[in-house]
Design a protein around this ligand. Sequence first.
Ligand SMILES: Nc1ncnc2c1ncn2[C@@H]1O[C@H](COP(=O)(O)OP(=O)(O)OP(=O)(O)O)[C@@H](O)[C@H]1O
Ligand SMILES: [Mg+2]
Length: 233
Amino acid sequence: MTGLLAARDLRAFYGDAQALFGIDFTLDPGELVAIIGANGAGKSTLLKCLTGLVRAPREAVHFKGEAIGGLPPGEIVRRGLAMVPEGRRLFPSLSVEENLLMGGLTRRPGPWNLRRLYTLFPILADKRKDPATSLSGGQQQMVALGRALMSNPELLLCDELSLGLAPIVIREIYAAMPAITGEGMTVVIVEQDVTMAQRVSRRIYCLQEGRVSLQGRSDALSREQISRAYFGM
Ligand SMILES: Nc1ncnc2c1ncn2[C@@H]1O[C@H](COP(=O)(O)OP(=O)(O)OP(=O)(O)O)[C@@H](O)[C@H]1O
Ligand SMILES: [Mg+2]
């Protein structure tokens, strides 16, 4: 098994309903990979299988050469995966800084700490004592991203960072990515905005109804190929 992470023939179920039908997915260290696909295609389910939130067979997911499928989420975080969940899921009763510190409870050695995050997103330093929920949507997304970085993961999985945000805010958040991958971190983004996904990623996987319908280098895929894979037309 080569690469940082490999999912092989990954199948996932919610009760009797099958959501993933044999996904093959690999990540090389330091790359940014985008997962695109229509609503219900299985993007979030794939991320949840990698982080232990949805059950996967042990051998279906390998991280740094070890089988991690189905391990408890906390154990997977300790091994170096972190997720920015869809909808951010901040702790509403906690301040910005307290939310960030929660992410550091499973602290691995690495470059990310409060000071570093406040340099990346200075607005969070200004608002560090404020309740997280008093922030704008974009600022809350920065907190969610920062909280995940605080564990110093080797692999960061981001589920729809841009959902509901204004284009200028989306650009601001994606502008932070080079500083993140620049440390050698591997990043996966789930992104509805195909143009943005293609612009910021090295490779793209398109999912359709629980299967990989297209994958390849972002700069080599045409809009036609992507549309066909996205909508199945
Ligand atoms: N908790 C759940 N219980 C039952 N079925 C679910 C659950 N979560 C997702 N599903 C189903 O699994 C399939 C994949 O859903 P998933 O949320 O992974 O899609 P997605 O690509 O992330 O979609 P979206 O773009 O809307 O976020 C869908 O058919 C969905 O209805
Ligand atoms: Mg989703």
